[in-house]
Design a protein around this ligand. Sequence first.
Ligand SMILES: [Fe+2]
Ligand SMILES: [Fe+2]
Length: 286
Amino acid sequence: MGVSAVLPDQPLRDLDEWDDFLEGRYKEGKSEEEFRVYDATATPGVAEFYRQNHENMTVDYVLAKEAEYFSLKKGQKTVWEAADFLNTLVDDSDPDTDLTQIEHLLQTSEAMRRDGCPRWMILTGFIHDLGKCLCLYGEPQWGVVGDTFPVGCAWSKDIVFHEYFAKNPDRLVPEYQTEYGIYAPNCGLENVHMSFGHDGYIAQVMKPYLRDESLYMLRFHSFYPWHKHGAYDYLCTEKDRSMLQWVLKFNQYDLYSKGHTKPNLKELKPYYDDLFAEFLPPTLAW
Ligand SMILES: [Fe+2]
Ligand SMILES: [Fe+2]
């Protein structure tokens, strides 16, 4: 039984359907023009998912979810416990061909390890999607995954399915509809309220322990309008711009490291035990 059976009206078959959509949208070698080929008829579940996201992701919603989750009051868990918890999110499709959530995380981090990436980045690869456990706390798919974007200022044309913002109530707040909205020019992404989702949540959990490069990868890995399309530069500082290269480096692995070979968790576990111990305390507040 998948999470779609837990909450009514969940348009995605499972959270990975969004990842698959991204992979198709940003296929390696595709030109700007080509990757714009998506519409509601080709991917009805994904379109409905974005409709819900764009219509409901308001400033008020984001502030409420930040207050609820960024205070980290969901209890203490080790990284393995968090990964096991996320693994209870099983999808409805064929269990023989599909990878578990932990296997997906290991594919990302193991691809980084094969390429000789620094240890902090391999750790980041393993933990980057642990925030998807928000679904298990009862959050709807549209509040957990999907491309992220700033709220409280005009929506960039580079946000996928932009037309669905027509019914977002923030449309009627003039202050939110200017280029800078509630922000000052070049205020820095750290001062921006991003649409709520798994990215911001995992960055918050890891904030006391990891370096900026890692936190940028975590917090902005779904901020496609920025890292793939160059939008919202007018909110960025030089620091944000210098961190972009790391987010892009990370994105290669997030998008393209999926394969069908199942990583051998038992074999890999000692390496990851050491890796977690090097950077993180035994348990973390979630
Ligand atoms: Fe993600
Ligand atoms: Fe991911």
